[in-house]
Write a protein that binds this ligand. Sequence first.
Ligand SMILES: Nc1ncnc2c1ncn2[C@@H]1O[C@H](COP(=O)(O)OP(=O)(O)O)[C@@H](O)[C@H]1O
Ligand SMILES: [Mg+2]
Length: 359
Amino acid sequence: MDPILDIRNASIAYGQTVVVPELDLSVAPGEFIVLLGPSGCGKSTLLSAIAGLTDLAGGQIWIRGQNVTWAEPKDRGIGMVFQSYALYPRMTVEQNLSFGLKVGGTDKATIRRKVAETAGILQLEPLLKRRPADLSGGQRQRVAIGRALVRDVDVFLFDEPLSNLDAKLRGELRIEIKRLHEELQRTMVYVTHDQVEAMTLADRIVVMKDGHIQQVGTPAEVYGSPANLFVAGFVGSPPMNLLAGQLSGGELALGDGTRVTMTGYPLPEGAAGAAILGLRPEQLFPLEGALPEGACRLDARIDMAEELGPSTVLWCDIAGTRCCYSVPGRGAQAHGAELPLFFYPGAASLFDAQTGQRL
Ligand SMILES: Nc1ncnc2c1ncn2[C@@H]1O[C@H](COP(=O)(O)OP(=O)(O)O)[C@@H](O)[C@H]1O
Ligand SMILES: [Mg+2]
């Protein structure tokens, strides 16, 4: 399928400072793409370049097979929702929703129909006569989303639309946005620094750092097979355990001399040298009885337990590194207890310690 949005070799600069150097990204029609990365990595800059609010210093942007690199924002056929609600305070919800269409010269009957449709989708009907001041934060943000939605566009750009809301509301609206996407099947490019939002909303996550794409993949790929140490550390909470060692002959010697045979791991031919073993907290299991086939043993000394309700995170020392693993339910362990654990090397991650790249 032809991409609906195609960013080709785009670079973006503020004056002499290049913020995004030579970036490529293709988005398929109907896809939910999340741009994820720490604050300042260039997510908003990239989004505003797609919208046409920031010029490219090089490269091109194509939307629906048209080169829109120099097209005005209004001619790009996109809708945008920002972090701040930016509603017109003197207008009612209904007027806020219809304003853009009115200015654009849409006839009254069409405006009425579109506003009614949008209000239905976002459950805004009971609020149509209210003004923004009389709405909660979540309701205001729903109106802001509605304002983008009433327009006849099929690409939506969201810049951290939930980050001004409290945690509970953020969770609720996150589900609404997901439902909205499932219902409308329109293309969405969504910026966030929140990895939970990225994991739950995205068809594909684009992990960024310093203007560079680190990895593009489904949430499962980004979480399960991070492309490098940055992605491994940025995605996942509690974070991936990272154990340094020396690799040779398919065996990793950890700092304290523990030897780990990487059975089942697709090691590149002749891989050797300083390496880092990455284990998600749920990839470590208490060892009771014999070691299962294909598994490898590690010994842990328990440091602290965090009970989260449905599960418990146990912090421990493994081969001189502070690690954690999770067990279902209440898993209180005595401080200082020595416990054997196991993991499956075939499901683990392994990185080159020098380059940080996945082996
Ligand atoms: N208008 C601007 N002028 C100069 N530098 C800017 C401007 N906007 C953003 N920047 C810089 O560009 C970098 C990327 O910013 P931004 O795209 O806002 O990051 P993010 O959205 O990922 O937090 C940052 O270093 C930021 O300081
Ligand atoms: Mg931003």
